[in-house]
Ligand binder design. Structure first.
Ligand code: 0O2
Length: 211
């Protein structure tokens, strides 16, 4: 990778690594306190240089404005079982004092035209570097497993068709988005039953291990 890009991306790499540990820490804390764990798993990535260049060209963003205009160079995803968990996770994020939220985009109440659903939180995050502190923007996408399934599939198809989906695929994708929405709704309806079963399951597992 070009030296300039490597230097530019250093704080972003640092932030993603730190935040993956912090967010996974929340999961562990819930798990230890015997409460329902609202986080299923966490992923993180720094946007690949070719994607940064492509998005910058599309949005007319110059290199010097990347830091302020491209909010998802450092990106994390939190996957949840239930839509209710998303709201709990967002509340947790709002209460943290190591990140300053600057924008929230609720694509759950207002799904995108494509059918995409997720809750996006953009915040400023301070990274400690050898020459001092640098604040960068980070985006966390919080979604259910069903939303993530749909978005992952749609993203790969998008890569193939460059956003110009054949009509038949478009129709299917919208139907699939609706099905994912219905699945989340159904699961929410029986959430308490599921949580009780999961609690019993993990309790029995722990007892078996301790025997
Ligand atoms: P990648 O490869 O995930 O990094 P906007 O102006 O709203 O269109 P903006 O300002 O970038 O776009 O913000 P937005 O929409 O809140 O966040 C963009 C990111 O959200 C995307 O990043 C995707 O990760 C995800 N996303 C948004 N819309 C869709 C969609 O229709 N389908 C899928 N699969 N993901 C979506 P990138 O840079 O597009 O891609």
């Amino acid at each position: 990778m070009d030296q300039n890009w490597e230097n530019f991306l250093t704080p972003y790499n640092q932030a993603v690594e730190e935040l993956k540990i912090k967010l996974k820490g929340i999961r562990k804390e819930y798990s230890r306190s015997n409460m329902h764990v609202p986080i299923e798993f966490v992923t993180g990535r720094v946007k690949p240089v070719n994607s940064i260049i492509g998005k910058a060209a599309l949005r007319n963003i110059s290199f010097k404005d990347l830091e302020t205009e491209m909010q998802d160079i450092a990106g994390l995803r939190i996957m949840c079982q239930f839509v209710e968990d998303i709201h709990e996770v967002v509340k947790l994020l709002r209460n943290r004092n190591d990140m300053k939220i600057i924008e929230e985009r609720d694509y759950i109440s207002n799904k995108k035209e494509s059918g995409y659903r997720s809750y996006h939180v953009v915040f400023e995050y301070p990274v400690q570097l050898i020459h001092g502190e640098k604040k960068i923007l980070v985006e966390i996408q919080v979604r259910t497993l069903a939303m993530n399934f749909w978005a992952t599939i749609e993203h790969s198809l998008n890569y193939k068709y460059q956003g110009e989906f054949p009509d038949a695929i478009n129709v299917r994708l919208k139907r699939a988005a609706e099905a994912a929405f219905q699945l989340d709704e159904e699961m929410s309806q029986i959430r308490e039953e599921i949580q009780e079963a999961q609690h019993l399951f993990s309790h029995n597992k722990r007892t078996a291990i301790n025997k």
